[in-house]
Design a protein around this ligand. Structure first.
Ligand code: 13P
Length: 210
């Protein structure tokens, strides 16, 4: 994919997330790895109204080289890219259901959402921890996210929202959508003690779909 195509795809996927309510106002940010750096959404931009020519361009060391001023959460994205060689894109949202789970004190912070459905396991993986609360834009969260991302494709930032990586932009966005729906199911069902996928079923999914 050329850089121009990647820019257009990022704007299209961000717009789709915004239109369907996964992001409101200027919440959320999206980045993608290029051969020689990264593209990231500009700070204070709405995911619903991005301009492909004004996306922030970072070099391979995450320094801003072109486009509008980058998201204040660059370090959050950097934590994933440096922890995971397989991360080709990172999506951060304040989507309601995932953020609701990130506000609950009585869940297992190492893995709050159980394996209820196959696509959550296939897209997000075996575990997704909650990282303690930090103020948005606080670079102090980078080491905590980096440590968690070594073993997880996605994390929930306490009282803030999800951060999800994927091999590609499309993968990361699909995983963000699947995570939001898994969080919705979890919140609907958690007092009913729903049947979970077994460890063997989770192993089978990951062995088959990666
Ligand atoms: P930016 O507008 O700087 O990307 O921040 C939005 C956000 O989601 C903060 O967590």
């Amino acid at each position: 994919m050329t850089e121009a195509e990647t820019r257009r795809l990022l704007v299209e996927l961000a717009g789709s997330l915004f239109t369907r309510g996964f992001s409101v106002g200027s919440a959320g940010n999206i980045s993608v790895r290029l051969d020689d750096g990264y593209l990231i959404t500009p700070t204070n931009s709405s995911l619903g109204r991005l301009d492909p020519t004004r996306l922030s361009r970072l070099d391979a060391a995450f320094a801003h080289v072109d486009g509008d001023k980058p998201s204040k959460e660059v370090f959050m994205h950097r934590a994933f890219y440096t922890a995971r060689a397989d991360a080709g894109a990172v999506v951060h949202l304040h989507s309601t259901m995932a953020t609701a789970v990130a506000c609950l004190p009585d869940v297992d912070a190492s893995n709050p959402i159980p394996p209820l459905t196959p696509y959550f396991v296939m897209r997000v993986g075996r575990s997704m921890p909650i990282v303690p609360y930090y103020r948005p834009g606080d670079p102090a969260m980078e080491p905590a996210i980096h440590a968690a991302a070594r073993d997880a494709r996605a994390v929930l930032l306490a009282n803030h929202g999800p951060v999800i990586s994927g091999k590609s932009l499309t993968d990361a966005v699909y995983a963000a959508e699947e995570l939001e729906e898994a969080a919705r199911l979890f919140l609907l069902l958690r007092r009913d003690l729903p049947r979970r996928l077994t460890a063997a079923q989770v192993d089978d999914l990951l062995a088959t779909f990666g």
